[in-house]
Design a protein around this ligand. Structure first.
Ligand code: CO
Length: 460
């Protein structure tokens, strides 16, 4: 029998996040949801990552309501979210009670698959979220944040995968957020993981460097079960490679792909017009769609490149871009080779820019880097450069255990604080994740309702 390859469609989350800074409002994709539901995807990634933040911050949408609406329109397809382990959807670690309730509510509101990763690949940071996912009856996808460094060896990845299985992962995801995984690395790593555990493996990469199609093909040859792709108008560049192209090529090579081509065609036609609107208003920039091989040299994810650019632009220092780019991997090495993914990518990027603009390394240090050096983000892949760590911490001693163990429960206290304002535990969770944004959102929601109410009375 032909080997079957399954697909995760990313247009609603990662493609949306990578190409148009997650600015896709619910109304723009709603008409397509019944179609997407019938295509035959393994899962549709539609929530988590930056979507939560952006819903509240820019789109004036309740992220929970958005999820429920997607669920209602897509009863047949597994809905997937991306979760930053103990960081949940934020940028620092949360107490366990918040992580547990967040996961439970995500599943209750419609999520089937939770892809759980940690920016440092510290499995201690995945444990609580994994347990909560399994308890809620959803699929826990234990995730490797893929990167390359002298300490990121195949043996270490295999060791991590075994730990993930031990923790109850139903699937393993190899998450190559920067699109730096080459075809040989994919073949070798997928083969090694297949040998080590009998779990379905999902490979996630980005087209940023142009490697993705080749990487997926070799991963499929090594037996990968699931690949992440984006419908063609939202594919390529910093996004995933195109769904239809991979379906076509893999079928030609004799693999079984159960996607309905007439429906992906319908999706492509629809999302072309959506994409064109974002090109017209300047949200989708040509450089996001282009191939950029700089990442192969600097190991800097695409999203980070655009962050570096905008940071330097704000400081009127665009001419220092090349220096900042060279400094980035140096900072990463000093910090013990963290994979560059949210939030470490931002932390390392900001520090690299500071080092360049200050003309002196680590003269100024963000509070996040300081927390990182204290151990608040977990165990680093390699030790932090001891001299730099000492310079940053002064007399402070770094933590040895799990940072979340030092955090007090937060949920009950917040429920009480928000009495009369929050209408549900979902509101409470939004508030804990993003207090200022949630507060603003609650006020806007109330105002909108009052306006509607007045209108109704006038009508009557
Ligand atoms: Co991604």
């Amino acid at each position: 029998m032909a080997q079957k390859v399954q697909f995760v469609e990313t247009v609603l989350r990662d493609a949306n996040q990578s190409l148009i800074a997650t600015r896709l409002p619910y109304d723009k994709f709603e008409p397509m949801l019944p179609t997407i539901d019938k295509v035959g995807y393994y899962a549709v990634e539609c929530w988590g990552g930056a979507t939560f933040d952006v819903c509240l911050r820019y789109l004036h949408e309740d992220p929970w309501e958005r999820l429920r609406k997607i669920r209602a329109k897509m009863p047949n397809t597994k809905l997937q979210m991306l979760l930053r382990g103990q960081n949940v959807l934020g940028y620092a670690h949360y107490p366990d009670d918040f992580v547990k309730l967040f996961v439970a509510k995500a599943v209750e509101n419609g999520i089937d698959v939770i892809r759980i990763f940690d920016a440092l690949n510290d499995v201690n940071n995945l444990k609580v979220a994994m347990e909560a996912t399994i308890k809620a009856g959803a699929i826990a996808s234990g995730t490797i944040s893929y990167t390359t460094s002298p300490v990121h060896t195949q043996a270490n990845y295999v060791k991590m995968v075994k730990e993930l299985k031990e923790m109850g992962a139903s699937t393993i995801c190899i998450k190559d957020m920067a699109g730096i995984m080459g075809p040989k690395e994919a073949y070798d790593l997928v083969s090694a993981i297949k040998d080590a555990v009998d779990l379905p493996i999902d490979l996630h990469t980005h087209s940023t460097t142009g490697l993705a199609f080749m990487t997926y093909l070799k991963a499929v040859e090594a037996g990968v079960d699931i690949i992440d792709t984006a419908i063609s108008p939202f594919s390529g560049g910093t996004s995933q490679p195109a769904t239809e192209t991979l379906a076509y090529a893999l079928r030609q090579l004799g693999y079984q792909v159960d996607l309905d081509d007439s429906l992906t065609k319908k999706m492509a036609d629809y999302f072309k017009t959506v994409r064109d609107d974002f090109i017209k208003d300047g949200t989708l920039m040509p450089k996001s769609m282009a191939t950029d091989t700089q990442c192969l040299t600097y190991q800097v994810p695409g999203g980070m490149l655009s962050n570096l650019l905008s940071q330097l632009k704000q400081m009127n220092a665009l001419d220092r871009f090349d220096e900042a780019l060279v400094e980035t991997p140096k900072v990463r090495k000093d910090m013990g080779y963290p994979p560059l993914v949210t939030p470490t990518s931002q932390m390392v990027g900001v520090q690299a820019v500071r080092n360049v603009l200050d003309g002196q390394r680590y003269k100024t240090v963000s509070k996040e880097i300081k927390a990182y050096c204290r151990g608040e983000y977990g165990r680093t892949p390699a030790p932090i450069d001891p001299e730099i760590q000492a310079k940053i911490l002064g007399d402070e001693k770094p933590l040895t255990g799990r940072y979340a163990d030092t955090l007090k429960p937060i949920v009950e206290e917040t429920r009480q604080k928000l009495a009369g304002v929050a209408r549900s535990d979902e509101d409470v969770l939004s508030y804990i994740a993003f207090p200022n944004l949630a507060e603003k959102f609650f006020a806007e929601r109330k105002e909108k309702e009052e306006n509607t109410a007045t209108y109704t009375i006038v009508e009557a």
